[in-house]
Design a binder for this molecule. Structure first.
Ligand code: BJW
Length: 225
């Protein structure tokens, strides 16, 4: 076995105290998706959108990686081939645990993006729509995250990685958001062994050959051993 590709979702960070989106009482039960996670919502009310992400940035800054993040970092350090973590999460908990080969396909809370000139920089803890871009000075600052209707990052790296994977594992993701929701199916068709690690059955469960049910902090370390 040469290449392991992991897809992580909000469930892996749940036990670090960061809320998931679609579980009971999750972020989408408290906020309307079209208001806070679409380019149109940001255009209508950038102050509201910044407030949503400022609160999550503050929470993520305090969060610590859990046993699942650490197990994946250990896997990367010990495995003789390549381990690639594709995360849908905007927190930095994989890197905080020591993972180095990480793709943030839905962006990062720690970064800001200028929607006038596409410059990226380290986000301050609190951002506002009036913040000028450090490069072009236009007040067009947004969180560097991928909203519905936008194209996720690093597609040109992810697609070949799925095709080359010998083992593909999805951890703590509901399989409801595309294109990530189809990665299990893609990887399986291209010959990978596929494993889903989740608290419960997801919308993509049928695409996986093997299932491990339970909390990420418990099932991921056991699976990695
Ligand atoms: C645990 C646990 C524990 C809990 N241990 N497990 C119709 C068909 C197909 C597609 C579309 C369609 N209509 C529209 C689309 C496209 C759309 C889409 O998918 N919509 C669906 C709703 C249908 N997708 C897009 O617009 C994407 N772009 C796109 O498709 O571009 C076109 C294109 C693609 C590729 C090439 C070329 C063109 C963009 C999607 C952007 C998503 N953005 C968000 C916000 C990011 C910023 C932020 O964080 O605020 O990303 S939405 C949100 O959902 C966030 C997440 O990354 C994403 C996925 O959520 P996730 O991680 O799965 O979390 P949950 O809460 O859903 O699930 C948690 C899971 O954990 C559950 O299963 C629990 O059981 C489990 N769990 N505790 C283990 N302790």
């Amino acid at each position: 076995m040469k290449k392991i590709v992991i897809l992580s979702g909000a469930g892996i960070s749940a036990e670090s105290g960061l809320g998931t989106f679609r579980d009971e009482g999750g972020l989408w039960a408290q906020h309307a998706i079209e208001d806070v996670a679409t380019p149109e919502g940001f255009e209508r009310n950038p102050t509201l959108v910044h407030a949503f992400y400022n609160a999550r940035r503050a929470q993520a800054a305090k969060a610590k990686p859990n046993a699942a993040h650490f197990a994946l970092a250990r896997l990367e350090a010990d495995f003789e081939g390549e381990v690639l973590v594709i995360t849908q999460n905007v927190d930095g908990l994989h890197e905080a645990a020591g993972s180095q080969n990480v793709i943030h396909m839905h962006g990062e809370l720690a970064k800001a993006l200028c929607h006038a000139c596409a410059h990226r920089w380290q986000a301050p803890l609190v951002m506002s729509p009036d913040d000028p871009c450090p490069k072009c000075e236009v007040p067009a600052t947004r969180p560097d995250v991928v909203w519905f209707g936008e194209i996720p990052y690093a597609m040109e790296v992810i697609d070949p990685a799925l095709a080359e994977a010998d083992l593909f594992a999805a951890i703590g993701t509901s399989g409801q958001v595309y294109p990530a929701a189809a990665y299990g199916q893609h990887a399986r068709r291209m010959g990978a062994h596929t494993v889903e690690l989740n608290l419960e059955t997801s919308s993509a469960s049928r695409d996986f050959a093997e299932h491990r049910r339970g909390k990420a902090s418990e099932v991921v370390p056991v699976w990695v051993e």
